[in-house]
Design a protein around this ligand. Structure first.
Ligand code: FPP
Length: 243
């Protein structure tokens, strides 16, 4: 996107991305599904950098859902390996990421992840906690319903402890107990690969999101596609229930 274009559009503050179509991309090429995820992880890196470059403040990538454990064990471990590789690399290139002002956050239920991955996540979250150019949320073992359940349990514990009255629970209390607490809701959600559903991604936060769908498979997704989605978003008139 040129500087001039950037000056004339409304940039979404937060973009959510469902990285879909890796398996089909691999199949089309006679490759293992894990090769599709590998290509998808490379695109994830490029799109992260590009989003930071054009001024997006928050971007959330859906990499692995609470339902994805049902996949063959080999595929699950290939995805975990790619996640681990990225975390290692992000840590090794700490200076580069810091220079980019990239804050890395994990969203999801980390209790089910391998311990070494959890440790890497925590180190990276701490290292990058004060960065403000862009926040990159990695959704791994993430499910929107699971996230809401987690928030409800936390609030119920407070009620049980007599710290909160059920009648006083507000929308803000629920927001504040989600994995994305303190972050703006996604303005734009992108789903490639010709599927038209949310698949349990940010279901609470997406109440007023705009959607952009495309037939492109995630490993073929480029910065030009991100531009297209943003330009289309910029033309939409968001009313948030008003007139
Ligand atoms: C959906 O495509 C994709 C996934 C379930 C995994 C996405 C994971 C990555 C891109 C790698 C994760 C790594 C990092 C660094 C976060 P699909 O397999 O459902 O594709 P299909 O619908 O064509 O079968």
């Amino acid at each position: 996107m040129t500087k001039e274009m950037l000056e004339n559009i409304v940039l979404p503050e937060h973009i959510g991305v469902i990285m879909d179509g890796n398996g089909r991309w691999a199949k089309q090429r006679g490759l293992e599904r894990s090769e599709g995820h590998k290509a998808g992880a490379d695109v994830f890196r490029k799109i992260c950098d590009y989003a930071a470059e054009i001024g997006i403040k928050y971007i959330t990538f859906y990499a692995f859902s609470t339902e994805n454990w049902k996949r063959p064990a080999g595929e699950v471990s290939a995805i975990m390996d790619l996640f681990r590789d990225y975390l290692f690399e992000a840590q090794e290139r700490e200076e580069e990421n810091i220079a980019k002002g990239m804050r890395i956050r994990y969203i999801g239920d980390r209790t089910a992840l391998p311990e070494d991955i959890v440790n890497l996540i925590e180190q990276l979250e701490n290292q990058s906690a004060d960065k403000t150019t862009i926040t990159v949320n990695l959704a791994v073992n993430y499910g929107g319903r699971d996230e809401i359940l987690h928030a409800v349990k936390h609030l119920a514990e407070k009620v049980e402890a007599g710290e909160l009255k059920a009648d006083d629970i507000t929308l803000k209390d629920i927001d504040g107990n989600l994995y994305t607490a303190g972050q703006p809701d996604p303005d734009l959600i992108i789903r490639p690969s010709g599927e038209y559903r949310l698949s349990n991604f940010l279901i609470w936060q997406a109440a007023y999101s705009e959607f952009w769908f495309s037939d492109i498979l995630w490993p073929d997704f480029t910065s030009d596609d991100l531009d297209k989605a943003i330009i289309e978003y910029s033309k939409r008139n968001r009313r948030f229930g008003g007139v």
